[in-house]
Design a protein around this ligand. Structure first.
Ligand code: PGA
Length: 255
């Protein structure tokens, strides 16, 4: 089965609505009508409404960086899945390592967030990955297994194509250090095998597994070529339209 690549730019806490508009206006004309991959930008909450209006008919999709697990209520500072969908989001990140490690999102929170995303009709991208200490201790597989197992029921509910995955070793995020393509392939293969054994073989075939961690124009091609890598989740290099466009182009050649 050939899976269509997904190239996602996670802007983190960067860009005002005005800067978001300028980015979209610069990127869109450079994209071919079919870029050969699904392409997604993930701006901060405050830019989503503006981006959603600009992208309503465009080949560029919109995602959010996080959501709350309740649909509404007294949760100061939080944003629900329905609010994101109403801004035009189709995707939402769940369990990005900065959410896990800086904001303390627990495995139990993430299970509820996955369910909340599905309830709102959003496509979650579940982020997985080990810290440097965990990798040094040889625990990559144990950590990823724990992260997957704790949300297993929500993944089952999502069906074969209702969720995507991003393997992002924490030691490669924002550090300039990337996993070797063989390490990224090994981890993605491990995730796919877990999906096949725990959920369903058809889910393993269909699952899109992205690599994230210091992906740039110069390394995108080799990081996108291993057989179990179906796209990239890009932080820093997604903030410049020209660099992001180069990575999108690499997805076509690495396919
Ligand atoms: P980076 O971020 O590309 O800046 O390393 C990746 C991510 O956090 O998704």
């Amino acid at each position: 089965m050939s899976r269509r690549m997904l190239i996602a730019g996670n802007w983190k806490m960067n860009k005002t609505p005005q800067e978001t508009e300028a980015f979209i206006n610069e990127l869109l004309p450079t994209l071919p009508s079919d870029p050969g991959a699904d392409v997604l930008i993930i701006p901060p909450f405050t830019s989503l409404d503006r981006a959603g209006r600009l992208l309503s008919h465009a080949a560029l999709a919109l995602g959010a960086q996080d959501l709350h697990f309740e649909p509404s209520g007294a949760f100061t500072g939080a944003v629900s899945g329905a609010m994101l969908a109403a801004c035009g989001c189709r995707y939402v990140l769940v369990g990005h390592s900065e959410r896990r490690h800086i904001f303390g999102d627990s495995d139990a929170d993430l299970s509820r967030k996955l369910n909340a995303a599905l309830d709102a009709g959003l496509h979650p991208i579940l982020c997985l990955g080990e810290t440097l200490e965990e990798r040094t201790r040889g625990e990559m597989e144990a950590v990823v297994t724990r992260q997957l197992t704790s949300v297993c029921e929500a993944l089952r509910r999502a069906g074969d194509t209702g969720v995507s995955y991003a393997y992002e070793p924490v030691w490669a995020i924002g550090t300039g250090e990337t996993a070797a393509p063989e390490q990224a392939q090994e981890a993605s293969r491990f995730v796919r095998t877990w999906i096949g054994e725990t959920l369903a073989p058809s889910a393993a075939e269909a699952a899109r597994i992205l690599y994230g961690g210091s992906v740039k124009p110069g390394n995108a091609c080799e990081l996108l070529s291993p057989p179990d890598i179906d796209g990239a989740l890009i932080g820093g290099a997604s903030l410049r339209p020209d660099a992001f466009a180069e990575i999108i182009a690499a997805a076509q050649t690495g396919d």
